[in-house]
Write a protein that binds this ligand. Structure first.
Ligand code: MG
Length: 202
């Protein structure tokens, strides 16, 4: 199982981190050991003093494919959820300055939280509002209408380079409002009005 992540896919978030808007998707990966499932808590790692949440819509690949044409891309995912792309922002900043790969800051154990899966047939996935609450207060709010690269474009672009396999996940990018978590925080991920994931920071 592979975990693909897309960076800078909402203009407001790219701007808040002073990054230019991408002309093609920024893609990186996390290993399967990064997965944090519903019911598990997040433990702050000891190599960072600044772990950020990034709430994102996550797609689950349901069909194997390579070089997928945009018009068929919608057939490659049936389910979605909300997830968190946990990021060691202090470490990422240092790696970026040196032009080094991001993995240590992005792909560590537990860095990929996923909520409960839902069928895309039952939700307006092309116009889905979603939000992240930290300790009951809304800190991030997004709508998939504001994606720079649509779900279909992402499937198409990723499959130019990597064979998509059943069970692979695609984190589709985060809107503005990213910020740090501290020990004792609770996080709640909501799609429309339904809670798809909840976890505590330990
Ligand atoms: Mg992200």
């Amino acid at each position: 199982m592979k975990i693909f992540c897309v960076g800078r896919n909402y203009a407001d978030h790219a701007r808040e981190l002073n990054n230019p808007l991408p002309t093609e998707p920024v893609i990186f990966m996390k290993p399967a050991t990064a997965l944090l499932k519903p019911g598990q808590d997040f433990y702050l790692p000891n190599f960072s003093q600044e772990i950020h949440y990034e709430c994102e819509v996550v797609l689950k690949v349901c069909k194997m494919g390579k070089h997928i044409a945009p018009e068929f891309a919608h057939k490659y995912f049936q389910e979605f959820t909300l997830g968190l792309d946990f990021t060691a922002r202090d470490l990422q900043r240092k790696l970026k300055e040196k032009g080094l790969p991001w993995e240590k800051a992005k792909a560590f154990d537990q860095s990929a939280f996923v909520g409960e899966w839902r069928s895309k047939e039952k939700y307006p996935v092309e116009n889905l509002s979603f939000s992240l609450l930290k300790n009951g207060e809304m800190v991030q709010q997004g709508n998939t209408q504001d994606l720079i690269f649509s779900f279909q474009q992402l499937v198409c672009q990723i499959s130019r380079f990597f064979t998509l396999q059943v069970g692979d996940l695609i984190y589709t990018g985060t809107p503005a409002g990213v910020g740090a978590v501290s020990m004792g925080d609770t996080l709640e991920l909501k799609a429309a009005k339904e809670t798809l994931g909840e976890l505590s920071v330990k």
